[in-house]
Design a protein around this ligand. Structure first.
Ligand code: F6P
Length: 534
């Protein structure tokens, strides 16, 4: 592979590749479900792709994939199975963890969620004072927030518009304040979403939300049962918090937080879009699961996308990957992918604990087009860094837009196509000169091109298509982790900051001395305390 990279210098030129192969635009396309994934604008040849597939074979990506689907404990550092795929398995599937079929449990929880969601949506579930619930506030962080918040935004046109949904994650009290300041506690349901039910941000916010509720409803503790439900794996802690375990929706330790929004963690979303749409979304996930499991390497979308990322990260020193959705509804999609990808593959030791000798996960970033075009695309076009990007777009605008707003959709998509074109093919100095540009301006107006993009196109952003997109990225991240031989399913790197925050907090709240604080942090703490008193 390294030889291929070296031999290929200077890198293949996209203009030349397309000129040499009139069929490239059609050949380098893979279809999965409703997604058309075009990878023709990548700096690869058939030989590159074949070598990348050899790399996948040599690192036994498909072996690990099969072990994951079988329910083996491939999350070795936590000794857990990795079975988010079981969350969208059909009712009659059999997937065993330690000899027990987990699928009936998955469907029992989905049914319980559906019954509850229907009661809230219909107004049958009332609050403590008998008023119907009109506001749903999800309190969670990381995977217990980003997934439902992202999917709620993505599927807004499918949501019950008469209900208000808010998502509170930050331990900064302003987050909860802004979320509830205009709500009537009598009409508000809090969903406390936490796999562990020990996460300090979530428990702190949930405690404050309970105080807000009780204050608003005259202090009767019985109100909690009608206004708080929990989504968790930890029944004991849920009960300890004061939430009736009958009002708890369960999931399991084989669901990673960042892979969990199609579990009970999606309850707020299910209330928003209804159980049928939620199931359509699960069907979408399953389409891509089956594709990943069965499609041959040459037509396997997550494998191809994963390997392309490796091509740039490991053989071209690309440090980041941009995800640029041309849909306002996907405004939180990249933030969601940041956790999915960076918490999964931000690792520097291999599965055996040895330092890896290669780059692992990229920095994932991006915001919806066309806004980014007027902010940071300049750097992608003419900067010195190689930034592979995914452009995601839809053929149809959402149905409820006015005709005038629908007509803007072609302009939106024209921008997507234009960006892919400009990034790939640029503008040569000759072309610039031919426009009569003065010679001294030519270098500034020349676009080098050869910036790789994948274009993902679907008809429209439905629940199923969203499920397909998320599963596509889940499995892409899996492929990369498998090639790098890292554990993509733990997140020990988050722990140190949590421990240190607990140690520093008494210095702020009680003015206590913190033994062993480094001089820089001690000075910051002292400055903070002084400024606070001014
Ligand atoms: O950031 C670490 C993490 O453990 C994530 O993996 C997880 O999604 C998040 O915290 C929230 O955890 P919990 O759902 O247990 O509150």
């Amino acid at each position: 592979m390294e030889d291929h990279r070296t031999d290929a210098l200077p890198q293949p030129d996209l203009r030349e590749l397309f000129a040499a192969d009139p069929g490239r635009a059609e050949r380098y396309v893979v279809h999965v479900g409703d997604l058309r994934i075009d990878y023709s604008k990548h700096l690869v040849t058939d030989e590159t792709l074949a070598l990348l597939q050899e790399l996948a074979t040599a690192t036994d990506v498909f072996g690990l994939r099969d072990a994951m689907f079988r329910g083996e404990r491939i999350n070795t550092t936590e000794n857990r199975a990795v079975l988010h795929t079981a969350l969208r398995a059909p009712r009659d599937a059999v997937i065993e963890v330690d000899g027990e079929n987990v699928v009936p449990g998955v469907h029992a929880v989905l049914d319980k969620m559906a019954a509850f969601a229907d009661r809230v949506r219909s107004g049958e579930w009332t609050g403590h004072t008998g008023k119907r619930i009109r506001n749903v506030v999800n309190i969670g962080i990381g995977g217990s927030d980003l997934g439902p918040a992202m999917a709620y935004e993505a599927l807004r046109p499918f949501t019950a518009r008469e209900l208000t949904f808010r998502f509170v994650s930050n331990v900064d009290g302003s987050d909860l304040h802004e979320a509830v300041r205009d709500l009537d506690p009598a009409e508000t349901l809090f969903i406390v979403a936490s796999k562990t039910f020990t996460t300090i941000e979530t428990i702190t916010n949930a405690t404050s939300a309970r105080s807000w509720l009780l204050e608003g409803l005259g202090g009767d503790e019985k109100a909690v049962a009608k206004h708080f439900v929990a989504l968790s794996t930890n029944a004991e802690k849920v009960a300890g918090f004061g939430i009736d375990v009958d009002n708890m929706f369960e999931f399991w330790d084989w669901v990673g937080g960042r892979y969990s929004y199609d579990s009970a963690i999606g309850l707020s979303l299910m209330i928003a879009i209804g159980p049928d749409r939620f199931r359509e979304m699960l069907d979408g996930f399953r389409i891509v699961d089956e594709h990943f499991r069965n499609a041959p390497a040459g037509a396997n979308a997550p494998l191809i996308m994963g390997l392309l990322g490796i091509w740039y990260g490991n053989f071209h020193d690309a440090q980041s990957h941009a995800v640029l959705p041309y849909s306002h509804y996907l405004s939180k999609f990249t933030a969601y992918l940041q956790q999915l990808d960076m918490e999964s593959n931000g690792k520097s030791v291999d599965r055996d604990g040895r330092p890896v000798q290669w780059q692992t996960g990229p920095v994932v970033w991006g915001t919806p087009g066309t806004n980014g075009q007027h902010a940071y695309y300049q750097l992608i076009h003419q900067g010195t860094k190689l930034i592979p990007a995914d452009l995601i777009g839809f053929a149809r605008p959402v149905a409820e837009l006015s005709d005038e707003l629908k007509a803007q959709h072609d302009l939106l998509m024209a921008n997507l196509f234009a960006q892919g074109q400009a990034l790939a093919f640029g503008k040569t100095a000759e072309e610039v000169r031919a426009e009569g540009v003065p010679e001294e301006q030519v270098p500034h107006r020349t676009f080098q091109g050869n910036h790789p993009t994948t274009t993902i196109l679907a008809t429209e952003l439905t629940p199923s298509v969203l499920g397909q997109l998320v599963a596509l990225y889940e499995h892409k991240v899996f492929v990369q982790g498998a090639v790098w031989n890292i554990d993509s399913f733990d997140q020990w790197g988050v722990e140190l900051g949590k421990v240190l925050a607990k140690r520093v907090e008494p210095a702020l709240t009680e003015g206590a001395d913190v033994p062993g604080l480094d001089p820089s942090t001690a000075a910051l703490v002292a400055a903070y305390r002084n400024l606070r008193e001014v």
